[in-house]
Design a protein around this ligand. Structure first.
Ligand code: 13P
Ligand code: 13P
Ligand code: MG
Ligand code: MG
Length: 376
């Protein structure tokens, strides 16, 4: 069995929240190479999207492995020190704890991990996003694994026809549920259409009895109880031979749908599919970006990446994202551009509410005064 792990963190932005500094990438690459040489990892690749750095790793230690998670933690500590030395923005932003204790759950970094028996040819896509939240994968996962208008294989591939099972997390109450699709399609949509709370954690092929997709489902703001930056998510999707074709896994991103998490973690904005080179959200810290790195996994080695959105056929989606961004920006501080109050990553509302508390009075009194008969 092989495990593919993507572990990611924002350990400092260059400049502001737009990108990762090359020195930080170089440090992480150096450490990954060292771990490949010493055989903790079979292979590794360091990538970034906006200000988030991802360690893409193959190994045989399984998900939630102490060795792998502590390696990632140490690497993020090292890149944090570089960020501090260079005065980069939000150095160590996603590292919520001072000490590592077993695995990364609840410690800040996000991770998606998938363990599988490698097929003779194993195409996978690593999706990395910035300025959004884990629920951003709900819509594309639904399209990839449940919508025949997106995925022709659901209709015409005998190995896909029975459908897929979706595992969904309730991030507020920390519980999970499985939906058996297509039978449970409408039930599924009722929940995952609310992506700030319900997040697809994984998808499984019923015919192959194999996990096909895994997402990172941490929500930093919930973990920390205060704003510490968003939980810019990652996702792994395995493709072909009874799973969506690579083109079917990419197709949902030809529509630049709107996601939560832009500018101060507090705005809806369109998700723009871009090449790795263009993954530097600058305009209003956005629009949010998604990068798709394709690999053939062979004997655990990562053959690639292919930069899959570096393709003119996604130009229309990028244009659409710019139009949608213009449209939403004109709402300024109004919903639905600004997130609803309960979803704001940080907010002045509690202080404001306290300060204005005694300026509020019951509406009924005001109305009664207005309607009181005028005495002659
Ligand atoms: P597979 O069934 O071999 O994955 O081929 C489907 C395909 O790639 C067509 O686009
Ligand atoms: P990051 O979560 O990518 O650090 O972005 C913070 C932010 O809100 C930028 O506006
Ligand atoms: Mg940041
Ligand atoms: Mg980020």
């Amino acid at each position: 069995m092989i495990t593919l792990s993507i572990i990611k963190a924002d350990t400092g932005g260059f400049v502001g929240h737009t990108a990762v500094h090359p020195d930080m990438i170089a440090e992480a690459r150096h450490r990954v190479e060292h771990m490949v040489d010493s055989e903790l990892l079979i292979d590794g690749h360091v990538a970034s999207c906006g200000d988030d750095m991802s360690l893409i790793m193959t190994h045989q230690h399984g998900p939630d492995a102490r060795l792998i998670h502590s390696f990632a933690w140490d690497t993020f500590q090292a890149t944090t020190h570089i960020a501090q030395r260079l005065g980069l923005y939000g150095a160590g932003q996603d590292l919520l704890s001072d000490a590592f204790s077993g695995n990364l759950r609840g410690m800040g970094p996000g991770y998606a991990e998938l363990e599988f028996e490698e097929r003779p040819s194993e195409p996978v896509i690593c999706f990395l996003a910035d300025k959004t939240e884990p629920g951003a994968w709900n819509l594309p996962l639904y399209k990839m694994f449940a919508d025949p208008f997106n995925t022709a294989g659901l209709v015409i591939d005998a190995k896909m026809h029975a459908g897929f099972e979706f595992e969904v997390y309730d991030l507020f109450e920390e519980k999970r549920i499985f939906f058996d699709c297509p039978a449970d399609l409408y039930d599924l949509l009722m929940f995952i259409g609310a992506p700030a709370r319900y997040v697809v954690h994984g998808v499984r092929s019923k015919t192959l009895d194999q996990t096909a997709a895994a997402t990172s489902t941490q929500r930093l703001s919930l973990i920390a109880g205060k704003y510490v930056g968003k939980d810019d998510p990652v996702m792994i999707v395995r493709c072909q031979s009874g799973l969506p074709a690579v083109g079917e896994a990419l197709e949902p991103f030809s529509f630049s749908f709107t996601v939560g998490g832009a500018m101060r973690g507090s705005h809806h904005a369109p998700l723009m599919p871009v090449s790795a080179e263009d993954s530097h959200p600058a305009r209003f810290d956005g629009p949010p970006r998604v990068v798709a790195l394709g690999f053939q996994v062979h004997e655990g080695r990562l053959i690639g990446p292919r930069d899959l959105f570096a393709d003119p056929s996604f130009d229309e989606a990028r244009r659409q994202a710019n139009h949608a961004m213009d449209y939403l920006r004109r709402h300024g501080p109004f919903e639905p551009h600004r997130l609803p109050l309960e979803d704001l990553e940080y907010t002045t509302m509690p202080q404001l509410a306290a300060r204005l508390a005694d300026r509020w009075s019951p509406m009924t009194t005001a109305l009664a005064e207005q309607e009181a008969p005028i005495t002659p």
